[in-house]
Design a protein around this ligand. Structure first.
Ligand code: SF4
Length: 325
């Protein structure tokens, strides 16, 4: 069984942890329940942290101008909590900025925690929601302190592709912290080597740039190489893998074995790729075929490739809501 570095995740406390929602309820979520034993959760409820009680009157975002400057107010009275929420967010996020946080999972549509698509109103009271949507006040501060933050909400994580992408990012970033700690070119080369095909499925362009950095032809200082490498890593991981890039990557892997396979095995694999390209079967089908050859032909180098298990397999859930916002 593969060893994974445990990621540190900031989580909205009302998801699976505390009855702190405005109406005194908690969100039950099976995925978060499963994640509990695989990540370190640091929970936060920005609203109770600024002194609000539970239950409490509902809050909303109001737009005072045409810009993206929203105020957080009580829906009924209009009492304004914007300054309090900004001040709490600044203190909390500054405090955790050097704690090795790998990602955030926040409650969707909340005027404090929602990362996008939060309703915005013209004012408090009976005014209808405006056509535009925004980010909750706490969520919108995160990028100031974590420009490369991996953030999702629990609603979007019901989508299979978004969930897999999120898990891949947090586990890869978490593993990269070991390279930063080691500060050695050997660690960096090992990281690049085992993630080669995973990175190829996200961005062959960044993979190439990262390869050049690890070759260190310009004899740079290791700290500079690692920090430049991390910039490329974040950019590469932010690009979702797509069938065309996955097929390109799978064909590279296929190249290791094609000379050992029979004509019908090769034809069957290429047919399988065609079916994957036409969305008739999922990515795991051709990938598992390759993995079976890795084992059969005992290819040690490919055996260590993270593409075959980018995160603990216990976290794979096949459910898919198809939801993207
Ligand atoms: S959405 Fe955020 S602020 Fe609201 S109850 Fe949940 S954790 Fe607290």
């Amino acid at each position: 069984m593969k060893d994974f570095t445990t990621p540190n995740i900031i989580l909205s406390k009302c998801i699976e942890h505390d009855n702190c929602r405005y109406n005194g309820s908690k969100i039950n979520n099976d995925f978060i329940k499963t994640l509990k034993s695989h990540v370190n959760f640091v929970t936060v409820c920005p609203e109770t942290s600024i002194g609000l009680s539970t239950p409490r009157d509902a809050l909303r975002l109001v737009s005072k101008d045409d810009k993206e400057n929203f105020n957080l107010v009580f829906s009924k009275t209009g009492d304004d909590l914007t300054d309090k929420m900004h001040s709490f967010s600044n203190i909390f996020l500054k405090d955790i900025s050097d704690k090795g946080i790998d990602g955030f999972i926040l409650k969707s549509r909340s005027p404090s925690c929602g990362i996008k698509n939060v309703k915005v109103y013209k004012s408090h009271g009976k005014s209808p929601a405006l056509p535009k949507r925004g980010s909750g006040l706490f969520a919108s501060k995160i990028y100031e302190y974590f420009p490369d933050a991996v953030i999702e909400d629990e609603g979007r994580l019901t989508n299979f592709d978004i969930r897999e992408h999120f898990l891949t990012k947090i586990y890869t970033k978490s593993d990269f912290k070991n390279v930063k700690k080691d500060k050695s070119i050997k660690s960096l080369i090992d990281f690049q080597s085992k993630n080669k095909y995973l990175l190829m499925s996200h961005s062959p362009g960044y993979l190439k740039k990262m390869g050049k950095l690890t070759a260190n032809t310009e004899s740079k200082d290791i700290s500079d190489i690692i920090s430049d490498y991390e910039i490329y890593l974040n950019k590469a991981l932010s690009i979702p893998s797509k069938p065309n890039r996955n097929i390109n990557m799978l064909l590279h892997l296929f190249g290791y074995f094609s000379k050992h396979l029979s004509f019908s095995e090769k034809a069957f694999f290429l047919e399988t790729l065609e079916k994957y390209n036409n969305k008739k079967i999922p990515f795991c089908v051709p990938l598992t075929m390759i993995n079976s050859w890795v084992m059969r032909f005992e290819n040690e180098y490919l055996h260590n490739q993270t593409i075959f298990e980018p995160f603990p397999s216990e976290l794979i859930q096949t459910r898919d809501s198809g939801k993207t916002i």
